[in-house]
Design a protein around this ligand. Structure first.
Ligand SMILES: Cc1cc2nc3c(=O)[nH]c(=O)nc-3n(C[C@H](O)[C@H](O)[C@H](O)COP(=O)(O)OP(=O)(O)OC[C@H]3O[C@@H](n4cnc5c(N)ncnc54)[C@H](O)[C@@H]3O)c2cc1C
Length: 612
């Protein structure tokens, strides 16, 4: 089995140097905490993932979740690990201590979750859904619900889900048909949900389902959907589990990846005896569920980063082991000449650097979005709170869609570095590639994310979200434009910024003119353009931090310095990754912008053959 290769050095750099996690201790919400605690927590998460979770990742994939006689089981290795994971408080690191969470910054929770997602995505999904479901109850539920459910969920004694999808209601939730009929102070729920992750399992006995349903008499469409709390077992006031609540699993899916995560068909009220309780107000279910989905979308973007990051590190390790071919620098090919490890080959180094630069940009993007949540919730200055809230809202669809699309591609490159072995189960990269594909589909497909960015986020508050973002970009460009090394990269970023501005103008004009067809035709290239610019900007910020360590001089001087001082190697590579991103990934921005500005409607106009 290959070792766990999680890139703790880069995460520590982003957390403590770029995002300045320690500064969050100045906020009231975290004033009892300190950087040492944060470091200890991060190390504990890493040790647990490395020693106990990564070693069961391949076994989980091989065994998968099982469905027999109406019962769902997860691999025993996962069940055993779940207890340790929950006992150590990892289910709800950033949730309210009042209700059993640890109350740590969201940013730190994200970093720890990156480790768990990298080590075993099929496992990490269940606690992710549990804290999301509990947070929705904390935000919108009645007091008695909070008293009864929250602590048990945040501590992992009970698990949670997210029940939206039905056979006819996937991306279009307005088509939800599940019914709820008032019966005293609760509701009788009836309907079928499909594709429900962790909808049934044996990690915990109790499973708590937030369910989108229509209360009888509700208006048609999205404005007639309510959110109900439906437990698998009816709890007594003391939290003891009572009667079965008529929520049964009709089967699980057989999937391409995350095989140990049970994706369930759930039948509510087959016997007319499924009871649910309204969360918040009637007909506002979608509004509440969107809160959960927005949090989950950032975490799904984190999955893209986490799995891609591990794939890159696995490829890097393999490239230093696999002996094949001669170095160009070496002696001419002669019989008996010693072959060398493949990291000596320029094309392999290109793939490695493409992965490294992409992953490091994605990490900065995900962590920036996570930190925005902390600052928007807890900063004392209302102007900062507002600005960070806008930033978080704007970046959420970008983080979700860009990181998962690019994450999948990084895993593909990682297979390529392994050659034929990468296609086989002997190495972890083929599983990583299969596992991550779903992240581009669930939690709102990436196409829907692009429409959210263009159709909603760009127009919210009269365009203030994008205006604020652009101001920050201008400040960054102004700060580094004159630097001897960073200056030329900054000018490339400024060109890409101009393309982003003109593309934004074009999609907004399309919306203003009622030309939604064009706006949504180009929304995916627009989102990718946004993601590339955002990553380039964040990497430039990282390179500026690296430059402070590396001192005066050009790249050659930085290289010489790094050769003489091991601790500078990381910073020198950081500058290399930024340069690579600017010259190899950022040029995509021009192609995307050209598409957005092209006025090409061929996909709308094409006839396409009718297939029987
Ligand atoms: C492994 C797995 C786990 C899942 N977990 C959960 C879960 O826990 N809870 C839950 O509720 N659901 C879950 N889902 C369901 C998932 O969220 C849906 O599959 C997803 O939202 C897409 O819905 P769909 O499959 O019906 O595809 P469709 O909605 O039919 O989409 C098909 C294609 O059409 C596109 N499309 C659809 N409508 C539009 C539009 N208006 N404009 C542009 N493009 C459009 C989509 O982007 C996509 O490319 C899970 C699915 C899987 C496979």
């Amino acid at each position: 089995m290959a070792d766990f290769r999680f890139d703790t050095r880069d995460v520590a750099f982003v957390l403590f140097e770029q995002m300045r996690l320690g500064d969050l201790c100045a906020l009231d919400a975290f004033k009892e905490q300190d950087v040492e605690t944060y470091q200890a927590m991060f190390e504990a998460a890493h040790d647990l993932a490395k020693d106990q979770l990564w070693p069961i990742n391949a076994e989980s994939d091989r065994i998968g979740a099982q469905y027999e006689g109406g019962q769902v089981t997860v691999p025993e290795c996962q069940r055993t690990f779940y207890r340790t994971f929950a006992e150590n408080g990892f289910v709800a690191m950033s949730n309210s201590p009042e209700w059993g969470g640890m109350g740590l910054p969201n940013l730190l929770g994200m970093a720890c979750n990156e480790i768990f997602q990298a080590a075993c995505m099929s496992f990490a999904l269940t606690p992710m859904l549990t804290r999301g479901a509990a947070h929705i109850i904390e935000s919108h539920g009645a007091d008695w619900m909070k008293q009864l459910y929250l602590e048990k969920m945040y501590t992992g004694e009970w698990a949670g889900t997210m029940c939206l999808t039905e056979p006819q209601a996937g991306s279009d939730l307005a088509a939800v048909k599940t019914k709820a009929k008032r019966d005293g102070d609760s509701f009788l729920v009836e309907g079928t949900k499909i594709f429900i992750s962790s909808g049934d399992h044996d990690f915990t006995k109790q499973i708590v389902h937030p369910v989108l349903a229509r209360i009888e008499g509700a208006p048609a469409g999205i404005k007639g959907i309510s959110l109900l709390l439906v437990p698998k077992y009816l709890p007594g006031e003391d939290g003891s589990l009572g009667a079965f609540n008529d929520v049964s699993c009709g089967g699980i899916e057989h999937k391409m990846g995350i095989k140990a995560s049970p994706t369930c068909t759930l039948n509510f009220g087959e016997n007319g005896a499924c009871r649910g309780w309204l969360i918040g107000q009637e007909n506002l279910g979608i509004v509440y569920m969107f809160q959960m989905m927005n949090e989950a979308r950032v975490e799904v973007g984190l999955q893209g980063l986490a799995v891609a990051g591990e794939a890159y590190m696995q490829a890097l390790a393999y490239s230093q082991e696999r002996v094949q071919g001669l170095s160009l620098k070496g002696a001419p090919r002669e019989p008996g000449a010693k072959a060398q490890t493949i990291i000596c080959h320029p094309d392999v180094r290109r793939m490695l650097m493409a992965m490294k630069a992409q992953v490091e940009g994605m990490r900065a993007l995900a962590y920036t979005t996570a930190r925005a949540v902390d600052l928007a919730r807890h900063h004392p200055d209302p102007a900062v709170r507002q600005r960070q809230d806008r930033l978080g809202q704007l970046l959420t669809p970008v983080c979700k869609a860009y990181n998962t699309d690019m994450g999948f591609r990084v895993t593909e490159d990682a297979i390529q570095v392994h050659g034929g072995y990468g296609y086989c189960q002997d190495y972890p990269v083929e599983q990583l590639c299969r596992d991550i594909k779903i992240a581009a589909i669930y939690e709102g497909t990436n196409g829907i994310q692009a429409m959210d960015l263009v159709g909603r986020k760009l127009t919210l508050e009269g365009g203030a979200l994008f205006r604020d973002y652009l101001e920050d970009l201008e400040t960054l460009i102004a700060r580094h434009g004159g630097h001897p090394v960073l200056g030329p990269w900054t000018r490339k970023l400024a060109e890409a910024r101009d393309l982003l501005v003109s593309s934004t103008g074009r999609v907004i004009r399309a919306l203003q003119e009622g030309d939604q067809h064009y706006a949504f035709l180009v929304s995916t290239p627009y989102l990718r353009l946004f993601g590339d610019v955002a990553c380039a900007a964040l990497l430039l910020e990282q390179a500026a931090l690296a430059a402070e360590r590396l001192g005066a001089g050009d790249l050659a001087a930085w290289k010489a310095g790094a050769e003489g001082e091991a601790s500078l190697r990381f910073y020198y590579d950081k500058a290399c990754a930024t340069q690579f991103f600017i010259h190899n990934h950022l040029p995509r921005a021009r192609a995307y912008a050209e598409t957005v500005l092209s006025e090409d409607r061929s996909a709308l106009e094409a006839a396409f053959p009718d297939l029987d």
